[in-house]
Design a protein around this ligand. Structure first.
Ligand SMILES: [Zn+2]
Length: 481
């Protein structure tokens, strides 16, 4: 896309991990429960009730604003956003408009080795709406208010993003930060992290923004980058034909891989915001902000840097290990058992994550504990088992949840490092391969690799390869085979 420069901004709704809703005591633990069983007069918007702000939701919001380098407003307000739709029983949503809890901030992402800074415009608290369930062939819909008034934090970026890849990286980084904070479970499929994208194109070299389309309904990282890519191509084709891009909201359909028009600017809502009279201004004292800043946990960028500095990992490896807090925790727990950071990093990235991905498991549910993986690497490092055998042991650990030493003992997998035991095998291999001996003595010393391989095969991979190499050289060099 060289003719046009994509201009992308993201609006992300994060469902905050509170036990109760934003303005009432109803539990947020409604997943899989009876529809409309987690509701009360407040979240149903019955007349005469008064909302009360959930202190925990405010606390998490403040931490999140600080974690993305934003400024916490000491004095923020709630407003009423009017719209009439069945998922909203009050016919208005309590949100923050002119005085949000957070202003400014940024998230850095790394693309092709270069750091790109995505500026954040604002962060504001609001309540979620209910959920419509469309009855198939029934010609009607049902509404479930369990989700109604669950706390959300909306995070809006500047139109700073320039490619679908950058959008995906931003969102992954945001998710990672939210997980480190414990701010949200960030489950995109279940809707606790929802993202809308504003996409427009401007001619290369221009600084004038084109008209934008807002894309909704992207439920995975992959969907976000696919939908934006599709939208860029759609708009480029329109502009190439000399047509205009209509400012509108478009829905992404993951199965067809297309966006389609949902509503145009003409029927855009006039939300008629006005201050929420039932909620006082939200005061956060400067010392509370200072305290929240002090209490922030180590965040992904800092942890990545620490793994590079303290454990000599490459930027790439440290990035993979720290993208998810649980993986970084696992790594550091295993490191306590066997401080071989490079080997641990390799085993986690290849074997462990490979097995877990295959089975769709999170690292928290790994059948191999960090301690056991540390012990496995101890066995390799001390020469008790070879790296090759270790993979077999790992498979056993994963299947049975037993410690590696037990599996090695039971299956008799210990590495053979006993010279006298190996000498006999070496002798029989040499006897069977007179041609290779001749080539070796004729100067083709590389053939020794083949002979080592034969000994390894004979011992089912259990021979100590270094020792086999030594023994072979000795025999071949001495001329007695
Ligand atoms: Zn309620």
């Amino acid at each position: 896309m060289t003719r046009y420069q994509p201009v992308i901004g993201l609006e992300t709704h994060v469902q905050l991990s509170t036990r109760s809703k934003l303005f009432c005591g109803c539990s947020t633990d409604y997943s899989g429960q009876e529809p409309n069983s987690f509701v009360c007069a407040v979240c149903l918007g019955l007349p005469g009730v008064l909302p009360v702000l959930n202190a925990e939701a405010l606390k998490i919001s403040v931490r999140t604003v600080l974690a993305v380098n934003g400024t916490v407003s000491e004095d923020s307000r709630f407003d009423r956003k009017q719209y009439f739709y069945p998922d909203l029983p009050k016919a208005y949503q309590i949100s923050q408009f002119e005085h949000p809890i957070g202003l400014g901030g940024h998230i850095d992402v790394e693309l092709d080795g270069a750091v790109r800074r995505i500026e954040i415009t604002r962060l504001h608290m609001e309540e979620d709406a209910g959920k419509l369930v469309h009855v198939e062939d029934g010609g009607h819909s049902l509404v479930d208010y369990n989700r109604c008034s669950v706390p959300l934090l909306e995070i809006v970026t500047e139109p700073d993003i320039r490619s679908p890849e950058e959008a995906r990286l931003y969102l992954q980084k945001l998710k990672s930060i939210l997980e480190y904070l414990g701010a949200s479970d960030c489950n995109m499929e279940e809707g606790s992290l929802r993202c809308d994208a504003n996409v427009s194109l401007m001619p290369a070299g221009s600084s004038l923004y084109g008209s934008k389309a807002e894309i909704k309904n992207m439920n995975s990282f992959k969907a976000v980058s696919r939908a934006i890519q599709y939208e860029i191509e759609r708009q480029a084709e329109l502009l190439d034909r000399g047509e205009k891009v209509v400012q509108e909201t478009r829905l992404w359909d993951d199965s067809s891989g297309r966006t389609s028009s949902m509503r145009s600017k003409e029927d855009a809502h006039d939300y008629r915001y006005f201050p929420e009279p039932d909620l006082p201004p939200v005061r956060v004292e400067a010392r509370e902000i200072e305290q929240a800043w002090q209490d922030l946990p180590e965040l992904p960028d800092a942890r990545r840097q620490r793994l590079i500095n303290d454990h000599g990992l490459s930027g790439y490896d440290a990035g993979v290990l720290t993208a998810q807090k649980a993986i970084a925790d696992y790594f550091e727990a295993a490191l306590q058992v066997q401080p071989n950071s490079k080997s641990l990093s390799n085993w986690i990235q290849s074997e462990l994550l490979g097995y877990l991905n295959r089975d769709g498991l999170d690292i928290e549910d790994s059948p191999v504990s960090p301690g056991s993986l540390g012990e496995l690497i101890q066995l390799i490092d001390s020469g008790k088992i070879s790296g090759k055998i270790a993979k077999e042991v790992f498979a056993g650990m994963y299947q049975t949840r037993r410690p590696p030493a037990e599996i090695v003992r039971e299956k008799g997998l210990e590495q053979i490092s006993d010279e006298s035991a190996l000498e006999a095998v070496v002798a029989s291999v040499l006897e069977a391969h007179p041609e290779q001996i001749e080539s070796y003595r004729g100067g083709k010393t590389k053939v020794i690799g083949f002979l080592v391989g034969q000994v390894m095969k004979e011992t089912r991979g259990q021979a100590n390869p270094g020792l086999v190499n030594q023994l072979l050289k000795k025999k071949l060099g001495s001329g007695g085979a």
